[in-house]
Design a binder for this molecule. Structure first.
Ligand code: ACM
Length: 683
């Protein structure tokens, strides 16, 4: 019983910050900055604005339904957060606690030039938010919410003066809904999360080989035959566009072509460059089917289709994909080969550029600027195309040097399962960039990419959040905001704020563990899960031989990328090794002891559960890691020398734990190695 209680305590409170929705201010109400993203300019002032049931918000200049709704959402969130019963709609009273002064609505269709700047002044007597547009006001409202703190007995907003505007105009998040479909509620809560961290472009990857996900009334067989019935109706897509606009977010749809387009060909095989019939592709990778760029009928089809989609998606940009066309069907088709010779097209890349040259004017006719992945960047590409680079800076910089606008995606691929801190340091415009000021102006920003080969509607939140909040800060905040430790300190606070908007990145782990374990008594499993993360895309793909039909109900789908344990243990070990910090030692002792205790209990649980058995070695390894930590700390704290060979034995156990098992990896091996190596040993 006692042990159970201790374990429950441990799992919930291993790392400081992870349990604090509101930053706990010190007793003198000093300003504790948990803002994410950090504003461009912030000056802390003395005093604070108490939050009480008499809190009100008002607009005193322009207002419209979008602004009123944004204020109402803020008031509801404030109420949820503080437990204070407050007026839930904005008033007209100039004496309001939070006065919102907005010049006008902003653009009828939000563009990359939308003014998102705002200022926020909070004094002990009130708060004043000023913005040129609704969108700027929304950015300021999220900052206001993030400022709310408690001194333990009541809530307040610290006195501050903030002037804020984004570093980059294009701060996107892409979701691939083709490999796995994501229902409307998932998309909506993602948009809520994006708004909370000031991301402003939802890039909706709506078609790929594995599924066509939006209804076309002109070409109904696209979804009738290419979607397994999993698609968005046009009304639903319009609902998403409206939901996004209400939050200051643009929606850029992507229709990937000429490759990655097999799902189109199931219903419309004449689009292809090789003989059909075609099926929805169940595997992942690069496949041969590619649109036929030599036939007028292809462009007629695309003209009608894009015209139809333009009535749903008002954004000035549309994404045509263009990536990973292997050209095989083009090489194998004598008619296409003859066409290439006739038109002096020497390679399949030339032919793809020909395709882009026909397609881009069609988009233009429908008032769309074209965005495409790196592969469309080739001699002859019309200059108004925008390049989204998944290959990296050099590729992005090369296109900027030739006058193309660009967006960085490389470095922000969430399916690589990299730590937030690694994504955080990827900058679309690195300080050492050799671009001229004119060329730099072509770098519009960046996009988080959530490819969905290995995500379900249950796991997607934990793949996207909170890591995307770190990337959002990279894209919004000044370049000089780059302290990884401080980012993590704020990230764990932001993580709970993201949960408050309805995201399931934390709760899903417990839900999934309960389902895997077949019991609600999952404490030992939670401790194990707290130091595990999924392996990256390539490893899952190779080790599990995944297809679209692979169930996603294993431990790998339950655990979170970059959980607090990774950076938390690293920090504690660093702190301890630097000066034998007593507090760090105490925390580490508790953590290691709990691993050692939880390991055998987790193992007992896992051995009788078929879906957990493949990861069972991880439980035994957890026990070993706990014991290693406990022993290392004992030697170090007593300043004792370990027997000869001790470190070698421990390091080989750590190496064992590094090996692939159960599609999950430990997050804490490097700092444990450091600890072991620090122990003096008899020769
Ligand atoms: C991509 O990752 N093929 C854009």
């Amino acid at each position: 019983m006692l042990r159970r209680t201790m374990l429950a305590l441990c799992a919930g409170a291993l790392f400081a910050g992870a349990g604090a929705l509101t930053a706990m201010a010190q007793s003198n109400n000093a300003f504790v900055n948990t803002l994410m993203p950090e504003p461009a300019h912030l000056a802390a002032q003395t005093g604070d604005l108490p939050l009480t049931t008499s809190f009100t918000a008002a607009t005193d200049s322009f207002h419209d339904a979008r602004l009123d709704n944004a204020i109402s959402r803020t008031l509801l969130q404030l109420e949820d957060h503080t437990g204070l019963e407050i007026a839930r709609t904005p008033t007209a009273a100039k004496s309001a606690t939070l006065l919102v002064t907005v010049d006008g609505p902003g653009e009828a269709v939000q563009s990359i030039d939308e003014n998102e700047s705002y200022s926020l002044d909070i004094t002990p007597s009130g708060a004043h938010l000023k913005a040129a547009t609704d969108v700027g006001a929304m950015r300021g409202l999220t900052t206001f919410l993030q400022l709310v703190q408690t001194d333990g007995s009541s809530f307040f907003a610290p006195a501050v003066s903030i002037q804020d505007s984004p570093r980059f105009r294009w701060r996107g998040l892409m979701i691939d809904v083709s490999r796995h479909f994501e229902p409307i509620p998932v998309i909506k809560r993602t948009l809520d999360g994006m708004a909370a961290v000031k991301l402003n472009v939802f890039h909706w990857h709506l078609s790929d080989d594995q599924g066509f996900r939006i209804q076309s009334k002109v070409f109904p067989k696209l979804t009738e035959m290419g979607s397994d019935g999993l698609y968005y109706t046009q009304d639903q897509a319009r609902e998403i566009v409206a939901y996004a606009r209400a939050r200051g977010i643009r929606v850029v749809p992507e229709f990937d072509m000429p490759g990655h387009a097999q799902s189109w060909m199931v219903g419309y095989p004449d689009l292809a460059s090789g003989p059909g019939p075609y099926q929805i592709e169940r595997h992942f990778g690069i496949f041969d089917p590619v649109m036929d760029p030599t036939r007028k009928s292809t462009y007629k089809f695309l003209d009608k289709f894009i015209g139809e989609m333009a009535t749903i998606f008002p954004d000035p940009y549309m994404h045509i994909g263009g990536d990973e066309n292997n050209g095989v069907q083009w090489k194998n088709n004598p008619r296409i080969q003859a066409f290439m010779r006739k038109h002096n097209l020497h390679s399949t890349s030339d032919l793809q550029t020909y395709f882009s040259q026909q397609l881009i004017p069609i988009l233009k006719k429908h008032h769309k600027r074209t965005v495409g992945w790196d592969e469309i960047f080739a001699p002859g590409l019309p200059k108004n195309a925008v390049i989204e680079s998944w290959r990296g800076f050099n590729s992005l910089a090369a296109s900027a040097k030739q006058g193309y606008d660009g967006i960085l995606a490389a470095g922000y691929y969430l399916d690589q399962i990299q730590p937030a801190g690694q994504h955080y340091l990827v900058d679309p415009l690195p300080a050492n960039s050799d671009l001229t000021p004119d060329q730099k102006a072509h770098i519009l920003g960046g996009e988080v990419c959530m490819w969905s080969e290995h995500v379900s509607s249950h796991s997607i939140d934990s793949r996207i959040w909170p890591r995307s909040a770190a990337i959002a800060e990279r894209l919004w905040s000044p370049q000089s905001v780059n302290n990884v430790d401080d980012m993590y300190r704020r990230l764990w606070v932001e993580n709970l704020r993201l949960e408050a908007v309805g995201l399931t990145q934390l709760s899903n782990e417990d839900v999934a563990l309960r389902q895997l374990a077949g019991t609600a008594a999952i404490e030992p499993l939670r401790i194990l899960a707290s130091v595990l993360q999924p392996v990256g895309f390539d490893q899952i793909y190779k080790m599990q031989h995944t297809t679209q039909l692979t169930p996603m109900d294993h431990l790998v789908d339950a655990v979170r990328p970059d959980p607090p344990s990774r950076h938390g243990v690293e920090l504690l070990v660093k702190k301890y090794l630097a000066n034998h910090d007593a507090q760090a030692a105490e925390k580490l002792q508790v953590i290691f002891a709990h691993w050692a205790v939880a390991g055998p209990q987790a193992q007992a649980l896992m051995s009788s559960r078929p879906l957990l058995r493949p990861a069972e070695p991880r439980a035994e390894q957890l026990t070993n890691l706990g014991k290693i930590g406990v022993e290392a700390l004992l030697y170090l704290s007593k300043n004792e020398t370990a027997p000869s060979g001790w470190a070698q034995t421990q390091l080989s156990l750590i190496d064992e734990a590094q090996k692939p098992a159960g599609l999950v990896r430990f997050t804490v091996l490097d700092p444990l190695r450091e600890l072991v190596k620090a122990v003096p040993q008899q020769q």
